[in-house]
Structure formats: C-alpha cells, structure tokens
Design a protein around this ligand. Structure first.
Ligand code: BES
Ligand code: ZN
Length: 492
C-alpha cells in the first residue's frame, strides 16, 4: 500500500517521509535510548533539523524529513479548493463590524466566543467554551477638592478607602530627597525616572509616608508600575497633572490631595476549543499525537480588530472547515484564545490545564495573528518562534510554502520560510511548555528582523477595520497554514 505521507518514530523524533522511497538496510543512526524509538535504517535523502523532542530525552535526536516532494499532490489540490476566502471575510465582518472591539472580559468578547463556537458546531466539531478568570487591575482615584486626575494604580498596591493629606513633592524619590523633608503620614508626589518604581515607593515607606503619587515624564497617560506588596498605596498620574502640581507647590502653595485605591476585580474571559479525533478503524494505524491551531479572538479597546486578530481567527475557522471529515491520523485541536491582549492569558490558561501526557503528545501548535493586512509594505507572511529556533511547525510551513510557490504573484509571495525570534502572541505559552509552536504574521520584509517595527500602522487603532484587510493575503494565510496543518495531520 502506498501511503502519501508516512510517519515513523526515529530516535524518539517524528520523521516524515514517503513510503515509496528506498529504505536500504544501512547502519541505523539512532543513539536514543527512549522506549518510543523505532530504530530505522538510514534513508536515501535527508534533511537534518533539530528535533522537536530534544528537550525530552536524548540530545542526540534529530528530526529527519525524507524525500518530501515539493509538488502539490491531488489530495492537496482538493483541500485547497475547499478553502473559501469569501466565507472567511464574512466571519471577519461579523467579528469586527457586527460585534466590534472584543475587549477581554466584556460582553463583546463573550459574543465573539459564542459566534466562533457556533461556526465550529455547524462544521460538525465538538466545541466548548472554556472560561477562565484572572485578577484585573485595581482602579483608583487621586482628587483635589472636586477635581479628579487620570490615574493608574500600581500593581500590588494595597487598597485604601481614602487617604487625605497635604502633598509633599520629593523629586525623583531618592533616599537623599526624603532625608530633608517631613513626610510622616503624608502623601508624597514623585516623578518617574532614574530609580525603579519599587525603589521610590520603598524610600517613601522608609520615610513614613502614607501614600505615593507618581507622575509620568512623557506622553499623555498616567504612569503605572510596581508597588511594594504590603506597603503603602501607590498611584500614577499624567505628566501634565504632575508638572502642574509641582509648579504650584514650588510657588509656595499648600495642596491637599485624596487617594483612593479599590480592590481589583476578578475578570472572566473565554477560549473556544474545538477538536476532532481520528476515526478508529481496524485497517488504520492512528497515532496518539495532537496538532494545535490557535488564534486570539479578543482585541484592544476601540480597535475593531479586523486584522488583529479577526484575520487569524477566521483563517483558523476556514482551515477547520477544510479539514473536517478528512481521514486524519492525529487529533486536531483548534483554540480561539481570549485575553491575549492583556498578557496571553487564554493560551496560558489552556496550556496550564493540559496534563503532562497531553503535552508530550503535541506535535506542534500553529498560531495566526495579524495575517491579512492590506498595508502595502507588509507583503510577507513571516514565520517566527519565541525561542528563535526552527521546529516541526516552521518546517511544515516552509514545505507548504515550497508546494504553493506556484501560486505566488507580483503582489503575494507564498514563501513560508522561517524568519527568526518573536514572542508577543499565543505561541509563547506552548513553547514555554516545551511544545513546538510558531507565529505567523504579516510584516514588511525589509524590517522583519525587528518585528515590532515591521507591522501595519493600524495596529491597536480604530483603523483596524475590514477596509484595511487584504483578501489575497488572507487567502494566502489560509492556504499556507491549512496545507501545513493538513500535512502534519497525516491524511490518508
Ligand atoms: N498581534 C499582536 C502581536 C504582535 C505585535 C506581534 C507586534 C508582533 C509584532 C498581539 O495581539 C499583541 O499585541 N500582543 C501583546 C502581547 C502582550 C500583552 C503580552 C503585545 O505585544 O503587546
Ligand atoms: Zn494580536
């Protein structure tokens, strides 16, 4: 029987190759002692890459990809035909226009989760909403008579129902600056800079102050940093408000402020998890491995999040549609992650809930984030990993790129090759758990070594809307990533 793609465990590592290749009985090159290993003769053609399981057992392990044809096979062509970018754009329009900004913990984020769950269920997947909770940031007030300043409460700040006192200006908040003033029981005003936030707050505590108000030294937002746990309340204000207070104090005015710090609230957020296991058949040799596809579905306040990350979410949905019902030999799990924008919280919660056994069975995790910008210079779909190393996922993407190179045009290049290190998205918790994972994102190829400067100008802005999204680039993502996922799933 000729199998299209053959998976063999070699030296504890996944080996993908064609069974029609000659497997001459040469010296095996496994040095691995892991029980899982099947020692296999050396194949004819080989490409040696670092093993996805290198951390788990034998440092001598390598992943070998053998005789991988870069020609599109008939089954792959059929898969590509199933993918429908117009349907994906409809999903994106629902998420970004009908729902709008999908901020963590809001009703809009929940509506987004419900919509995604419904799409998965319509395709025939088992799909659950996975809720998780986290502690939001505390709110607070700094007021002078009836005037309220813009504030941000420092992390770890103790709460207070209200401290009212004369405010004493103490410069940068150094030990020397506190030495010559009496701040006992009073609110101190310090400016940001030179010392760490914690050092300034600690110096204020040592001098006997009751609360710290710190003002920013740039921009228009209130500053925020780390307070001393079990110390005194600490709140940030803006540069403009801080400088105005300093000018009045320096002019001899006595100013009274009130500081309030409320307890942080618990926030609930939602992932959507859809999965499909391989069909159990007598004539089929299923593996117990798992392939993940992820994309965050939340957005930041005021940003409709068409590209960040409606694009990744709908690409994931379209890949799920194309793969549904195929005779896969591994389990596939799709996760629309919540609360990515406030610290990768949804993916972290999901990974934290996996058992050691599940983690050890995950072959790779494909993460799409900002994969359809129409911003002309961001013409490339870059492939990044958090640890800056290639892995099973980047290999699969690179091979898909070679297979799809024939689709490249003047404006859309189907190159899926690895590009370097980048975190900042939901592949990070997976990689931190020892799982091969990769981020796909549109960048300006001229700037891709510094991804933060290489992305679209609509990032986290109200301009992140459908009219700034490219249908051709979304289609490229769906095809490249879909083909890479399909080949990793080993379809008969
Ligand atoms: N889509 C971005 C990730 C991104 C931004 C990747 C720029 C590459 C370049 C993502 O949604 C995001 O904004 N992430 C946060 C993560 C943070 C809260 C841990 C970020 O980078 O600020
Ligand atoms: Zn994003």
């Amino acid at each position: 029987m000729k199998r299209k793609v053959l998976s063999i465990l070699m030296a504890g590592c996944l080996v993908i190759g064609s069974s029609s290749m000659a497997l001459a009985a040469e010296k095996p090159y496994s040095k691995c002692t892991n029980d899982l290993c099947i020692v296999h003769p050396k194949p004819k053609t080989e490409k040696v890459l670092r093993c996805k399981k290198i951390h788990r057992h034998n440092a001598k392990c390598y992943k070998i990809i053998v005789n991988k044809s870069t020609k599109l096979e008939t089954a792959e062509k059929l898969l590509l035909k199933k993918m429908n970018v117009n349907r994906a754009l409809k999903d994106m329009s629902y998420l970004s226009k009908t729902i709008g900004p999908r901020v963590t913990g809001t009703n809009e984020e929940y509506q987004s989760a419900k919509y995604i769950q419904k799409q998965f269920r319509l395709m025939g997947y088992k799909a659950n909403i996975e809720s998780f909770q986290y502690q939001g940031s505390a709110t607070g007030e700094v007021t002078e008579a009836n005037t309220a300043f813009t504030t941000r409460v420092f992390r770890n700040s103790p709460t207070t129902a209200g401290i009212t006192s004369e405010v004493v200006y103490c410069g940068l908040g150094s030990v020397d600056e506190f030495a010559n003033v009496d701040v006992k029981g009073k609110i101190v005003l310090v400016q940001r800079g030179k010392l760490t936030y914690i050092e300034k707050v600690q110096n204020a505590i040592d001098a006997g102050a009751a609360a710290v108000v710190m003002y920013n030294t740039s921009g228009t937002s209130a500053t925020s940093g780390q307070a001393v746990a079990d110390g005194i309340p600490a709140v940030g204000i803006t540069m403009a408000d801080g400088e105005a207070l300093v000018a009045r104090i320096n002019a001899g005015e006595t100013i009274t402020l009130s500081v309030v710090v409320n307890a942080p609230e618990m926030i609930t957020s939602w992932n959507v998890v859809a999965s499909q296991k391989p069909i159990d058949r007598k004539d089929k040799n299923n593996s117990n491995e798992i392939v993940y596809v992820t994309a965050h579905h939340d957005s930041v306040p005021l940003a409709p999040g068409a590209n960040d990350n409606g694009s990744g979410t709908v690409a994931m949905l379209e890949i799920a549609r194309a793969i549904k019902g195929l005779d896969i030999d591994k389990e596939v799990r799709f996760v629309a992650c919540g609360s990515e924008e406030v610290g990768l919280l949804g993916s972290s919660a999901h990974v934290a809930n996996l058992t050691e056994d599940e983690k050890s069975r995950i072959v790779g995790s494909f993460n799409a984030d900002m994969v359809a910008t129409a911003y002309e210079p961001c013409s490339e779909l870059a492939v990044y990993t958090n640890d800056g190393k290639e892995n099973a996922v980047t290999d699969a993407m690179s091979l898909a790129g070679k297979k799809l190179a024939c689709l490249s045009t003047d404006t859309v290049d189907y190159n899926g090759d690895y590009d370097g290190p980048m975190g900042s998205s939901d592949h990070v918790p997976f990689q931190n758990a020892g799982i091969a994972a990769s981020l796909f994102i549109n960048v300006d190829p001229a700037k891709k070594d510094n991804p933060r400067s290489a992305i679209e100008p609509y990032y986290h802005k109200p301009e992140d809307v459908m009219s700034n999204v490219s249908k051709a680039r979304l289609e490229r993502t769906i095809k490249l990533m879909g083909l890479a996922v399909y080949n990793t799933l080993n379809v008969e």
